[in-house]
Write a protein that binds this ligand. Structure first.
Ligand SMILES: Nc1nc2c(ncn2[C@@H]2O[C@H](COP(=O)(O)OP(=O)(O)OP(=O)(O)O)[C@@H](O)[C@H]2O)c(=O)[nH]1
Ligand SMILES: [Mg+2]
Ligand SMILES: [Zn+2]
Length: 308
């Protein structure tokens, strides 16, 4: 029987078959997926083959996993050389960011965008908690909006608290499988709760952002949207995994740089100090945002050269 994974706790899973029937599932023996050192063999979104284990208890065993169309990973907190698959078979990912309580750094946003480019998952950025923004934050949002729109990304502001901009974000989800991600405390579960008021997913207490980076959601879980499509709530993230991108190729994941790489004098240009660099000229004349270039250089510094 075929089914889709809706929830993963690491030791057991919730799957739904094609008729919409829900089962509790486990995996038997070792699951080895080629070419990937991930800490979790099965992730939310995976298409699997199941076998009835106990009919009375609706429990099944997962014995096969179909190839993933795509997936997004984060770094394992225990070993930065290991991936943890957040979710698979995605149509798009929605990054919830905030400019206050907590503040999302631009470096984090850029890493998310690189991960989305690398895994071929279209990305949308939503700035939540707009009700908390004062002049300073509003100006920052406008600045970020102009940088990212110019690069081709969709970016919008929203306040779940005041129900502003929420309907527009909901519209983006129709008939798509969407991964909802972002730091802890940005309002991911609150957003799902306003789509499904009867759900009452656990969110951080009403005092709002505690500043402790406490994780309220502990496991990724997918929900069928009442208007078509699916959304995946995930635990807050500190960082995405960017492994396996060689230094040489990092700029290919910045669309505004990718567009210029054939114009650099050297075809292996890393856009640092090489002569005739089209990317640096674009930064100098304002066609590429300085902040994006700074992110590029910072991330470049974090990639360790592989020694073969
Ligand atoms: N002021 C304000 N607070 C909000 C808004 N949206 C959510 N919050 C509050 O932010 C806090 C965190 O929200 P959650 O939905 O638990 O955040 P989360 O992203 O699911 O966090 P994790 O599960 O830890 O990853 C809660 O206290 C919410 O009430 C908003 O638009 N404005
Ligand atoms: Mg949550
Ligand atoms: Zn260059």
């Amino acid at each position: 029987m075929k089914a889709t994974v809706y929830k993963s706790t690491g030791s057991w899973y919730v799957v739904k078959d094609d008729e919409g029937k829900v089962y509790k599932a486990r995996i038997k023996g070792k699951f080895k997926i080629e070419n990937l050192t991930s800490t979790n063999p099965i992730a939310v979104g995976d298409k699997v083959e199941i076998e009835m284990e106990n009919e009375g208890e609706d429990s099944v065993v997962i014995d096969k996993i179909e190839d993933r169309g795509n997936y997004i990973t984060r770094q394992s907190p225990h070993n930065k050389n290991q991936h943890h698959i957040i979710a698979s078979n995605l149509d798009q990912s929605l990054l919830f960011a905030t400019l206050k309580d907590p503040k999302t750094s631009q470096g984090f946003i850029d890493r998310f965008l690189i991960a989305s480019e690398a895994y071929h998952v279209p990305a949308i950025i939503v700035f939540n908690k707009a009700d908390l923004y004062r002049k300073k934050e509003e100006e920052k949002f406008e600045e970020l909006k102009s940088i990212y729109e110019k690069t081709g990304y969709k970016i919008t502001a929203m306040s779940i608290e005041k129900n502003v901009g929420v309907a527009e974000v909901k519209l983006l989800l129709k008939d798509k499988v969407t991964l909802l991600t972002g730091h802890s405390g940005v309002g991911k579960s609150s957003f799902i709760n306003i789509i499904f008021p009867r759900f009452a997913l656990k969110t951080q207490d009403v005092s709002g952002w505690s500043g402790k980076g406490l994780h309220t959601t502990t496991f990724a879980e997918m929900f069928d949207l009442p208007f078509g499509g699916k959304i995946i709530d995930t635990p807050g993230l500190r960082e995405f995994a960017l492994m396996d991108i060689p230094k040489q190729e990092l700029s290919h994941f910045f669309p505004e740089m990718r567009a210029l790489i054939n114009d650099c004098q050297f075809n292996n240009c890393m856009h640092i100090e090489e002569p005739g660099c089209a990317v640096k000229s674009a930064v100098n004349n304002g066609d590429i945002a300085i902040d994006r270039y700074v992110s590029y250089r910072n991330i470049l510094d974090t990639i360790e050269e592989k020694t073969w």
